[in-house]
Design a binder for this molecule. Structure first.
Ligand code: FA5
Length: 350
């Protein structure tokens, strides 16, 4: 057996029996490193004749190629094995419920979303959806907010650096009202839709957060009036707060996408650091409402000479705060365990 054959056999044996990346690296170095066995053999070719160089060089290169390809295959095999071992040790079953003994709770916002859904569905409204990343066209244009409208400014709206398309620049939607247009364009009236989800604005204080959630509602039919809107909102809120005598204030207001428009406030006071609704002389605005503007109906392919609609959009954190006494909206998103234990809901009693 030639020296080269012996080297090949021992390399292949060592590679095959190696089970550690570090050791494999050492084997590679011992063969191909600066003073490695094959490197030395190649260096020794210098002193040989051209004929010998060609003949022996070809044999050394063949061994080199074989060893190299086995080494590479072994590196891949060991790296995969290491990765699998790591993944197995880090496995988390995300389908398992949070162990109750570790204090897992239902977030007040989740609770409120479920409650709002139940009420909306009981009135025959169907859940609709729209993207968090919207285009200027749906967020503003179809809602009767022309190019120069102040709500479009960089100061109020988070624009993304994604490429603009035929619907204009992309932005984080500033309200859930664009869902109105999406729903109108995909359904024939009469219809009743509601949507819930995140919206984003350049705001930050105890009653304003840069990301918050809204519930949007739109009902389109023949002979829908502002009286229907007032009745519906009052009943919706009475059901939500389980308070038949709840007082709700409609303040004349302006939204480009509704005419006439109103802002809806609820009274509250702070008792023992908690917000208590239905008493006191403080008012918290929970949403905007109004009759859908004829231009908005047209953008949704709905004929305003035949159909009318009402719509409203409420802040879900503010509804949750009033119902469950949470004084500062910023806490909703801080993942503070003490806060969650105080305001969260048990799985069992939900
Ligand atoms: C709107 O967003 C309108 N799209 C609502 C609407 C829909 C009007 C349909 C007419 C018809 P407004 O900007 O007022 O309106 O926001 C609605 C509610 O979201 C507010 O009343 C408040 O409850 C909540 N809200 C607004 N900004 C914030 C914020 N930064 N943090 C938390 N809640 C907020």
């Amino acid at each position: 057996m030639s020296e080269l054959d012996k080297l090949l056999a021992s390399c292949l044996y060592e590679i095959a029996s190696c089970d550690d990346l570090k050791k494999l690296d050492q084997i590679k170095n011992a063969v191909f490193g600066k003073n490695g066995k094959i490197t030395e053999m190649l260096k020794a070719l210098k002193g040989l004749s051209d004929v010998e160089k060609r003949e022996i060089g070809a044999k050394i290169n063949a061994v080199k190629d074989t060893v190299n390809s086995r080494l590479n295959a072994k590196f891949v095999e060991l790296e995969i094995a290491l990765q699998e071992k790591k993944l197995a040790s880090e496995f988390i079953d995300v389908t398992m419920p949070t162990p109750l003994h570790r204090g897992g709770t239902i977030h007040p916002l989740t609770k409120v979303m479920e409650e709002v859904s139940d009420i909306m569905v009981s009135y025959g409204f169907v859940l609709a959806d729209g993207p968090d990343i919207e285009s200027e066209y749906y967020n503003f244009t179809t809602l009767n907010m022309p190019d120069h409208h102040p709500a479009r400014t960089m100061h109020d709206t988070f624009y993304t650096n994604m490429c603009a398309d035929e619907h204009g620049r992309k932005l984080l939607r500033t309200h859930t009202s664009p869902v109105q247009t999406h729903a109108m364009l995909t359904h024939k009236p009469p219809f009743r839709f509601f949507a819930m989800g995140r919206v984003f604005r350049s705001d930050y204080d105890a009653t304003h957060t840069p990301m918050f959630n809204q519930v949007e509602c739109i009902m389109v039919d023949k002979d829908v009036s502002f009286a229907n809107l007032k009745w519906f909102i009052a009943n919706f809120l009475k059901k939500f707060f389980a308070a038949p005598n709840l007082s709700v204030r409609f303040r004349p207001s302006f939204f480009p996408f509704t005419e006439p428009s109103a802002e809806v406030d609820m009274n509250y006071e702070i008792k023992d650091g908690k917000m208590v609704f239905g008493s006191g002389d403080k008012w918290l605005e929970i949403g905007g409402a109004g009759m859908v503007h004829p231009n908005v109906l047209k953008y949704g392919n709905v004929d305003p000479d035949i159909y009318q609609g009402f719509a409203f959009g409420f802040g879900l954190e503010r509804m949750a705060s009033l119902k469950y006494g949470v004084p500062d909206l910023r806490n909703y998103f801080e993942s503070n365990e003490r806060w969650r234990n105080k305001f969260g809901f048990s799985y069992v009693t939900r």
